[in-house]
Design a protein around this ligand. Structure first.
Ligand code: ADP
Length: 198
């Protein structure tokens, strides 16, 4: 079973993922897998260079992320092309890591599931939800960024309602970290029971 764990910036995804890691669960980060998929020496990188040209590489032969962001920002075709290279590679990596693991199920932390319409990649979607004021407060403290910048990022993401509309399971993270941990344990028990009765 693959669970997509998502939530807005500062909602508590990474904290939730860490609590799952402490249980018998394989926890993966979609962003990390995407970076690995097109890192130096990979077939993914060759595909990216074939399409975008050598100029997309920096002096170390790696993808120049700022330049890539700039290129795809205003060009939808390029963005889709990049996604069409990365997504299957990430999917394969998830399957590879699952095959190597003895964990009962897999959690993939994905910041943007609704926004990328990638619900179909997961058996269930778990949303970590909290009030926007907490998102703002926690992210500002964590990233030492201005409230304005964090608010801009929140506004660029889907709304809480949109995210909740794709959820199979929701964990409200409006209390303490201890409360979050105990909700993760309850959810883990629920998933373990689901697998047992599958
Ligand atoms: P995300 O991965 O969704 O961006 P994080 O898990 O990094 O969010 O949480 C954002 C910040 O808020 C982190 O510094 C984290 O330690 C803190 N945090 C998360 N949940 C709580 C909570 N329930 N109480 C207090 N701090 C929290």
């Amino acid at each position: 079973m693959i669970i997509g764990l998502t939530g807005g910036i500062g909602s508590g995804k990474s904290s939730a993922a860490n609590f799952f890691s402490a249980l018998n669960v394989l926890v993966l980060e979609a962003d990390e897998l995407a970076k690995e998929a097109i890192s130096k020496g990979t077939n993914g990188l060759i595909q990216v260079v074939d399409y975008f040209g050598e100029s997309i590489l920096n002096e170390y032969g790696e993808i120049d992320r700022d330049l890539m962001r700039e290129r795809i920002f205003s060009d939808h075709t390029m963005k889709s092309k990049l996604e069409s290279i990365i997504h299957p590679l990430v999917g394969n990596k998830i399957l590879e890591k699952m095959a190597e693991s003895t964990a009962l199920y897999t959690i993939v932390e994905v910041p943007l599931i609704f926004e990328t319409n990638s619900m179909k990649n997961y058996d269930r979607i778990l949303v970590i939800d909290c009030h926007q004021s907490l998102q703002l407060e926690r992210s500002t403290r964590r990233d030492k960024n201005s409230q304005e910048l964090i608010q801009k990022i929140i506004d660029s993401q889907c709304t809480r309602e949109e995210r909740l509309s794709i959820a199979n399971d929701v964990i409200a993270n409006n209390g303490s970290l201890e409360e979050l941990e105990s909700k993760i344990k309850e959810t883990h028990y629920f998933y373990s029971e689901l697998i047992k009765h599958d």
